[in-house]
Each structure stands twice: as structure tokens, then as C-alpha cells.
Design a protein around this ligand. Structure first.
Ligand code: KIV
Ligand code: ZN
Length: 388
């Protein structure tokens, strides 16, 4: 294990790829709010939108760029000069602007504009050169890279680097790759493409097979130094890599993943809730890191362990992600120790025989109700004291 940790850049695309989820459209004011929170939490690059897509997207990218304090502000553009010019118009006022241009390079994607390999290679050269003439910070993505022939991928990555791209992003557009392959692909590109050591490789994973987080971390293992992700994993179909997952994985398992980010993790929970509220996409209860149950315990064994030592059943502290405390949910699996502790918090210090009586009634109630709330417990204790 090394003491010095390599820095991994966090590129958040909640406002671009995230917003592409059907139904997740955000208003102008909401986008500005989320961008402000991303900037504050230490995201390195914010992909603020797709300026040519609509006047609204253009205005949002432009204003986010003007307001940003630290983050690089990036806009997306397809591989044509008009898109790239519009993107530059939107990001140019940012302190740190970036143009991100892309084209689908796999056989399936090449068939759509009906370009052969050479024609597409020429287009990549022309568009990346154009972007670089406008902006010093250019990212290029071969969309569907993980289903692109390896030789062709190497060829176009080299062309983009020579044309001036400063970041090469390798998207797993349809969530098709697996961790071993994800690491190997980046490793191979760094090893075999001339000029690869002068630029940053990024990983951009989708979650169709539930492997986006694992694939992103594997790509970092292979040499990528930028992870593209969204808050809550928001994104088309099964979503993108979740920012909170990759960031916390590297923080908690720094022993085997010696990488660091600039993210203030205590801001995670707040931004997660705001993104859920403005996108209308609720976070599933058992979602890693930010789900309602991620720091909640109901079973007796777990609650007892937690009361003795939180590390028995939690690998991170709730405060590290911005939660004030772990929650012990009272239900039919809860035991006496948790009940005693909960009642103490509610101001009741019962003798053993009183506790036993409340416990029996609590279990009967918990069999009828999914969750027993504080008010239910207070009622049970009141009945018990009234009964004598
Ligand atoms: O998934 C993808 O390929 C993308 C590109 C535009 C980078 O979002
Ligand atoms: Zn994507």
C-alpha cells in the first residue's frame, strides 16, 4: 500500500445525462441550484447541459458557467461544427470552460450516419481540431466505445489526441462491459496509443447490468483518472454510475483503492435529496449510501450490535455522508436492547418487569404494523403505567 493517493477527477453529468432520463426535466432555477451544490461539494467538472438541444439548455449552461466558482463547466456537442460553436458560445464565459464532443464509433453507431471507418476518422479529426481551436480544454468521447473494434478504437483515440483532445472519455454507453474488461480496455489504450500518457482517460458507465460502479472503479484501476457520474445514479434507462457510490467506495476502501477525490462527502445526503426532489425520481429505500435504509437497522441482532459498537454493522459513519445519525427502526425483528434504548431516548427509564410487559405488547403491535413509530411506543408505555 502506498501513502500517496492518486487524484481521481469527478465529472458530474446529472444536469446532462441525468436530465436525459425520461421525465427528469429540471427547470432553469433548479439546474442553477444543483450546479451550485455540485460546485460547493467539490465536483471537478460539471457537465451542465447540451447547448444545441434547446434555448433553455443553452441559457442554463451559460448561466451555470458564469456562476461557477471552482468547477470546470462543460457543455456537450455532437461531431459537427454548428454544435461545437453553440457549445463554445454557452461555456465561454466560465472561468474554466470545457467542450465535450462525441460520436458513436461502434459498428452499430457508424451505420446511423452511414460513415465508413475512414470517413468517421476524418470527421473526428476535423471536429476535435475545431473544438481545440476554440477552447484549450477539450474532451472527446467515442460513444459505445466498449462495443467498438479495438483496433479502430485505438486509431480514433490517437486521432483525437493528435487533434488536441485533453481528456479522452471511454463510454460504456449501454452498460455492456464487466469490471475485468473495463480495466483492461483502459490499460490497453494507455499502453498502446501514442500520446496517451499526455492526456487524462475518463470512464463513463451506464448501469444496465448493475455494474456501473464496479466498472468505473475497475477503469480507475486500469489507469482512468476521471469518473463520470450522476447524483443518485440518475440517467437514461438504468442510470449512470452513482457519484456517491464511487466516491464513498474510494474513501472507505482506500486500503485497496489508493485514490482520492476533492468531494466533501458530508454534502452528499443534501444534494441527493435535492436531486430527487427536483427530478421527481425518488431514491429507492435500499439504495447504497443515500437510500432511506442505508443507515437503518431493524433486526434485534443488528440493533444490539449497533448499540454496543456501530462498526459491527456499519462500514461508514452516517456523519460522513451528511446524516446526523443511524436510525434504529422499531419493527417485529427488534429486540429488547433496542426497545430499552429507544424508550430511554423518549424519556422512559423502565424497570425490567415494566420493560418486559411493554416488550410483549410491542411485539404484538409490530406483528400487525410494518413499523412501530415513537408515538406508538409512547402509547404502549402510557397504557402500561395506567394498568399499574
Ligand atoms: O453514454 C454515453 O455514451 C454518453 C456520451 C454522450 C458520452 O453519454
Ligand atoms: Zn451516458
Amino acid at each position: 500500500m502506498t501513502d500517496t493517493k492518486d487524484r481521481v477527477l469527478i465529472f458530474d453529468t446529472t444536469l446532462r445525462d441525468g436530465e436525459q432520463s425520461p421525465g427528469a426535466t429540471m427547470s432553469h432555477a433548479e439546474k442553477l441550484e444543483i450546479a451550485g451544490l455540485l460546485d460547493e461539494m467539490g465536483v471537478d467538472i460539471i457537465e451542465a447541459g447540451f447547448p444545441i438541444a434547446s434555448e433553455g439548455d443553452f441559457q442554463a449552461v451559460s448561466e451555470i458557467g458564469k456562476n461557477a466558482k471552482n468547477a470546470v463547466i462543460c457543455g456537450l456537442a455532437r461531431a459537427n461544427l454548428k454544435d461545437i460553436d453553440r457549445c463554445w458560445e454557452a461555456v465561454q464565459h466560465a472561468k474554466k470552460p470545457r467542450i465535450h464532443t462525441f460520436i458513436g464509433t461502434s459498428p452499430l453507431h457508424r451505420a446511423i450516419p452511414n460513415l465508413d471507418q475512414d470517413q468517421m476518422a476524418d470527421l473526428i479529426h476535423q471536429t476535435v481540431t475545431h473544438a481545440r481551436n476554440l477552447c484549450d480544454n477539450v474532451q472527446w468521447s467515442p460513444m459505445d466505445a466498449t462495443r467498438t473494434e479495438e483496433d479502430y478504437l485505438k486509431r480514433v483515440v490517437e486521432i483525437a489526441i493528435k487533434a488536441g483532445a485533453t481528456t479522452i472519455n471511454i463510454p460504456d454507453t449501454v452498460g455492456y462491459t464487466a469490471p475485468v474488461e473495463s480495466a483492461d480496455l483502459i490499460r490497453m489504450l494507455i499502453r498502446e496509443v501514442p500520446g496517451a500518457d499526455e492526456i487524462i482517460f475518463a470512464t463513463h458507465c451506464h448501469n444496465d447490468l448493475g455494474m456501473a460502479t464496479a466498472n468505473s472503479l475497475a477503469a480507475v484501476e486500469g489507469g482512468a483518472r476521471q469518473i463520470e457520474c450522476t447524483i443518485n445514479g440518475l440517467g437514461e434507462r438504468a442510470g449512470n454510475t452513482a457519484l456517491e457510490e464511487v466516491v464513498m467506495a474510494m474513501k472507505v476502501r482506500g486500503d485497496i483503492m489508493p485514490f482520492e477525490t476533492g468531494i466533501d462527502t458530508t454534502k452528499i445526503m443534501h444534494i441527493s435529496r435535492r436531486v430527487a426532489a427536483v427530478s421527481g425520481f425518488a431514491v429507492q429505500f435500499n439504495k447504497a449510501i443515500v437510500g432511506k435504509n442505508a443507515f437503518a437497522h431493524e433486526s434485534g441482532i443488528h440493533q444490539d450490535g449497533m448499540l454496543k459498537n456501530a462498526e459491527t454493522f456499519e462500514i461508514m459513519r452516517p456523519e460522513d455522508v451528511g446524516l446526523s445519525e443511524t436510525s434504529l427502526v422499531m419493527g417485529k425483528h427488534s429486540g429488547r436492547a433496542a426497545l430499552r434504548s429507544k424508550l430511554k431516548d423518549l424519556g422512559f427509564d423502565l424497570a425490567d418487569n415494566q420493560l418486559q410487559d411493554v416488550f410483549v405488547r410491542f411485539k404484538a403491535l409490530a406483528d400487525r404494523k410494518k413499523e412501530v413509530y415513537d408515538e406508538d411506543l409512547i402509547a404502549l408505555v402510557s397504557e402500561q403505567t395506567a394498568d399499574g
